[in-house]
Design a binder for this molecule. Structure first.
Ligand code: G6P
Length: 587
């Protein structure tokens, strides 16, 4: 998964493109590149590494020209090499493209183009787009006809921006995001509003299977049948352009520290939406909850919240798995889809399957302009501002707050939660980060961490293990406390650390019993996350005493911090963990 950007206007393109790419790096950060047009000639600079490294090495922002395209890569077809980095040019050098997504029939297209004398420099599927455009342009001599013919030949999920040798930009979208930014004297094409938010907040979300032609400061949109389509501008929230680290060393740390405020904004001003969501849930035949990664872990917690507080049964389904058993979804049900970005391909596919079964879609999402928000019957905004760190932190706690608010609505006001108090308790945990930082120092050299929790704390243990994997590269597993004796105990020896999530609630004694088993059979070290002391803990991370409903929101915070500090101890980049990307818009 990658980010694509295009600019044409009255200013030098390259510095604008580089800035936009830096903001969209969360989408992929293996390689970066820029191409500009100057006096009818296309120049390309690119390389492997983060945008700022590639820029220092090859001076991307020194390229001249008022029209250009740019890319950050998350490798899917071909290794991370300079040659595989985008932009790719066609054989004539007269067309350059940047692409996000997958061209499913690229091998067939490539063979065909090769038989006609075209050659390929990279291992990517993307390069076929450049040569296909060249071939079709040489036959049609018309940019619109070229685009229409080219998209009719491509199969897959993709968005691309192409630049012709006169600097004219075009773009197409098939199930990958593509947004037009409309400035006063400039036009942008981008995977995310973050690519251009500094210059304009007027955005047009290009519909699926539409293509765009920019010419002389104007844009035209067509569907894949060649029919003209109206582009509706939307004002995007400037807040989504606020992506600075302030005094924090990393976005991840900043985002962890934002949680006392962000949990208070979750679902704010969405009383009507929360009411509609609970009405849909009440009337539905069945309730399913889906998401990927951290958002799926929120779905696991949702099941527990809805059954405990609203007496409603809901089935969590991993978004990437639904395609293999679509029959799970019964007609006239409700799918609650949880996604920070609202662009995760697996989640959007799950929504498609549910819609085909006539289900209502409730979206819990951060950007209200995302694809998921546009597909949903009712959307509840997390309002937590841009989350740039690849590892989800503040979005998770915002998702939990919204789920609690839905449960509150469903149980008719009998579930009281003082979110202000939760917010203050998060602040307390954050203030105590010295202790967590010291504990992190003990874990940096170990190879396995097990996280135990029961009841609602089990999905938190799973989410905790995900944070540890993503940020520290240490093998970590979330295990229900009671299951330890049924197998995982065999793995516990003196070299492992076990984190037990153990607040003083009905799960407390059971989890402590598992801790005892660990202590009596091994020298494994135990970190207790709890509001009460115990001799069984080698290290304790204190969480404030709270009502039961507030614990899940609180107990993930020390683990986010612990994972962050272990990453720093190991000198890895917490914002951009290896091999990952924030928003996976490909299958
Ligand atoms: C990627 C990210 C995860 C995230 C998941 C779902 O895999 O690396 O951190 O949890 O996508 O993202 P979403 O935007 O749908 O919540």
């Amino acid at each position: 998964m990658c980010s694509i950007i295009g600019y044409c206007g009255s200013r030098e393109a390259a510095p604008i493109l580089v800035k936009g790419l830096k903001r969209m790096e969360y989408r992929g950060y293996d390689s970066a590149g820029v191409a500009t047009e100057n006096e009818n000639e296309i120049q390309v600079r690119k390389g492997t590494g983060r945008v700022s490294d590639v820029n220092s090495n090859v001076k991307l922002d020194d390229l001249s020209g008022k029209s250009g395209i740019g890319h950050t890569r998350w490798a899917t077809h071909g290794k991370v090499t300079d040659l595989n980095a985008h932009p790719h040019t066609s054989n004539s050098g007269k067309i350059a493209i940047v692409h996000n997504g997958t061209i499913e029939n690229f091998e067939e297209l490539k063979r065909h183009l090769e038989s006609e004398g075209y050659s390929f420099k990279s291992e990517t599927d993307s390069e076929v787009i450049a040569n296909l455009l060249q071939k079709n342009y040489e036959t049609t001599k018309d940019v619109t006809k070229t685009l229409r013919k080219t998209v009719s030949e491509l199969q897959g999920h993709y968005a691309f921006v192409a630049m012709f040798e006169n600097g004219q930009l075009t773009a197409a979208r098939s199930r990958e995001p593509l947004i037009i930014g409309v400035g006063r004297d400039d036009l942008f094409l981008s995977s995310d509003v973050l690519g251009f938010i500094e210059y304009t907040d007027e955005a047009i979300y290009v519909k699926n299977k539409n293509f765009v032609i920019l010419e002389k400061g104007k844009f035209e949109i067509f569907n894949y049948d060649g029919k003209h389509v109206e582009g509706k501008p939307t004002k995007v929230s400037k807040e989504f352009g606020d992506v600075y680290k302030d005094h924090y060393a990393y976005f991840t740390l900043k985002e962890i520290h934002e949680q006392p405020e962000t949990i208070l904004k979750a679902g704010e001003k969405a009383l009507d939406e929360i009411k509609s969501a609970s009405d849909y849930i009440r009337d539905a035949k069945n309730i399913y909850i889906t998401g990927s990664g951290t958002s799926y872990n929120a779905a696991l917690i949702a099941k527990q919240i809805l059954s405990k507080y609203a007496k409603i049964k809901a089935e969590p389904i991993m978004a990437s798995e639904l395609q293999f058993s679509p029959d799970i979804i019964e007609k006239n049900s409700v799918l609650i889809s949880i996604s920070q970005s609202g662009e995760t391909a697996d989640v959007l596919d799950a929504v498609k399957i549910a819609k085909e079964a006539n289900c209502k879609i409730i979206a819990i999402v951060n950007p209200l302009t995302s694809s998921l928000a546009r597909e949903a019957d009712v959307t509840i905004g997390m309002n937590c501002g841009p989350e740039i760190g690849v590892v989800a932190t503040k979005s998770f706690t915002s998702q939990l707050v919204i789920l609690y608010k839905i449960a509150q609505k469903l149980n008719g006001g009998n579930l009281e939660i003082d979110f202000r108090q939760t917010s203050e308790s998060i602040s307390k945990i954050l203030k105590d980060s010295k202790n967590i930082q010291q504990t992190a120092g003990k874990l940096k050299g170990i190879s396995d961490i097990y996280v135990l929790g029961s009841g609602i704390h089990w999905p938190i243990a799973i989410e905790a293990s995900l944070k540890l994997k993503e940020l520290t590269y240490i093998h970590a597993e979330g295990i229900p406390s009671g299951e330890l004796k049924h197998g995982p105990l065999a793995l516990i020896d003196d070299n492992v650390f076990v984190i037990i999530i153990n607040p003083n609630d009905p799960t407390y004694e059971g989890t402590l019993t598992s801790a005892r088993k660990i202590k009596s059979r091994s020298g494994a070290k135990i970190i207790g996350i709890s509001d009460v002391k115990s001799d069984l803990y080698d290290y304790r991370i204190e969480i404030p005493k709270m009502s039961e409903s507030q614990f899940p929101i609180l107990e993930i915070i020390p683990i986010q911090l612990l994972s962050y500090y272990i990453a720093r101890e190991k000198d890895t980049d917490p914002d951009y963990p290896r091999n990952l990307a924030k928003s996976i818009t490909v299958k």
